[in-house]
Structure formats: C-alpha cells, structure tokens
Design a protein. Structure first.
Length: 163
C-alpha cells in the first residue's frame, strides 16, 4: 500500500494551507466576494495548521503529537465546513454565528439603517463557486480527506516510524 512520508505530508499540508488562505484572501480582496462569519471561522484551522507544521519542522521529536493536533484540527474543520454546507443547502438553520440581525428588540430607526448599510453576508448565501461547488462544500471534502489521511498516519505511526 502507498505510504506517504511524514515530511512530505507535512510539506504538502503546509503549502496547501498557505494556498487555501491566499485563495480566500484573493477571492475576498481582489475578486470582491465578501465572506460570511462562518467563512472567516473556516480560515482558522489553516492558520493553526501552518503554525503546527512549522513547529513540527523545528521540534521533530514530537511528530506524533503534531499529527494528533492536525487530526483534531482537520476533523474540526470538516465539522465546521459541513455545518456551513448544511446552512447553504437549507437543512440546517442559521445560528448565532451567522445571525446578522441584532437580538435586541429596542432598535432605533438609526440602528436599523446602520444595519442595512453594513455589507453583511448571510451564511446561507453562496457568493462564489468553483466548478459549481461552494467553497464550504470544497472545504468539507478537502478537510475530510486530510482528516482520513492524518488518522491513518496516526494509527500507523509506530509501524512506519522511519517515514
């Protein structure tokens, strides 16, 4: 069976995370598609991944610990992006994370006008697609695949320690 060496896997995850963040900021700032609250939250695992992979290159003897952290991060990323996908598809209701309207019932006319002027994006609105798939859908698939790879790497760590 094909075995991925740890250093190669960490390099791939590092460069993929950098690319994912670059793409997100490019879509936001260059193409002008504003992200919703969940889109911004979905960037956090990639930032954490970059930090952890850089640490893994500096402190190699804790490699299994870093693999464990990356597993947790990408499982969390899968859950967050699947939740976002569910909101986009309408089978999950928007939560407080996505709630764009103030919860207070004593809104003044000025407060309402300020909220309408603000360019807020609902989590259920898909403003950008690649090959017909929303970024939340793509992130769900990629995070799930990386989670599976890292879980397999964790369980086979002792057997393949030299990789």
């Amino acid at each position: 069976m094909f075995q991925i060496k740890n250093k190669l896997l960490f390099n791939f995850i590092l460069w993929f995370s950098i690319f994912a963040l670059f793409a997100a900021y490019f879509i936001q700032y260059v193409l002008g598609h504003l992200p919703c609250n969940l889109c911004i939250i979905e960037r956090i695992p990639y930032v954490l991944t970059i930090i952890i992979v850089v640490l893994s290159f500096m402190f190699k003897k804790y490699e299994k610990f870093y693999i464990t952290l990356l597993c947790i991060i990408f499982i969390s990323a899968t859950l967050i992006s699947f939740y976002h996908f569910g909101i986009e598809q309408g089978f999950i209701k928007e939560s407080l994370v996505c709630d764009l309207v103030s919860q207070g019932s004593n809104l003044t006319t000025e407060d309402i006008l300020n909220e309408l002027k603000a360019k807020t994006i609902s989590c259920k609105d898909v403003t950008f697609k690649i090959l017909g798939l929303s970024l939340a859908t793509i992130n769900t698939i990629i995070s799930l695949v990386l989670s599976i790879i890292l879980i397999k790497k964790f369980y086979n760590y002792e057997k393949n320690r030299q990789n």
